[in-house]
Design a protein around this ligand. Sequence first.
Ligand code: CP
Length: 303
Amino acid sequence: VKHLLGIKYLNEKDIQLIFETADHFKEVINRSIKKVPSLRDITIANIFFENSTRTKLSFELAEKRLSADVINFSAGQSSVKKGETLIDTVNNILSMKVDMVVMRHPNPGAGIFLSKHVKASIVNAGDGAHEHPTQALLDSYSIREKLGDVGGKNVVIVGDILHSRVALSNIFALKLQGANVKVCGPRTLLPKYIESLGVGVETDLRKALNWCDVANMLRIQNERLDISYFPTTREYTQQFGVNKKLLDSLDKKIVIMHPGPINRGVEITTDVADSQQSIILNQVENGVAIRMAVIYLLASKIK
Ligand code: CP
């Protein structure tokens, strides 16, 4: 496989290979060896048509830790603003002898489209409300690290499932590894096809939390929201926000995750986000090792 366009195109063995490779890189980083010479002859362009903090920086760091040459492109400061197309933009970048493109784009399927029209290896860093494969990989990797295994675990994804690429990629990844998955949120923010993905639906947050081992709390995607779908923020927080009181009243201690960025006080309170039960910053840390693994494995196909 030359591209990583979505979890949909992976199988369970691919995921295990990525995790074992990430284990190796994490161990190397933990020994304070922050750079390995693996990709000295590879050049990677990170092209971002949407804002990002975690994904952009951790891809860049992962690439630099593998000794790749890295160039960064933000659409907002580029000739896209003068009307240049996606394919022209990427082909111009590739003519500078770039081997791999990491792309975030607001349009679902943008990475798939690009992979059919340009010669480079494409890594999807989030395409609209479609997929965010490296986020799902680092999420499952973090569950595996915390609980020993993903298979057999009960995972609930809470929030705006309708607009969330993190939710879709997580559902695919968790199901491939044998986890039991439920989604929880207002009916207006659940896609109609959700049950066809083999996940349970729960609209009562307390019930969902009492069922799960892990709760992945998602942000409301205000930037993709048709306002008519939405309960008010206050209503949302009352029904679907996690706070310390609710967490402490559950039958068991569950693991709290969030892909970031957090809207503190909306989907999650500060005392939960920063609690011992939260692995939010572990997810961010693991993002570097996972992205090193993905890039390393894809580069071996193009070398
Ligand atoms: N989790 C995530 O994709 O965060 P960024 O949008 O900051 O990259």
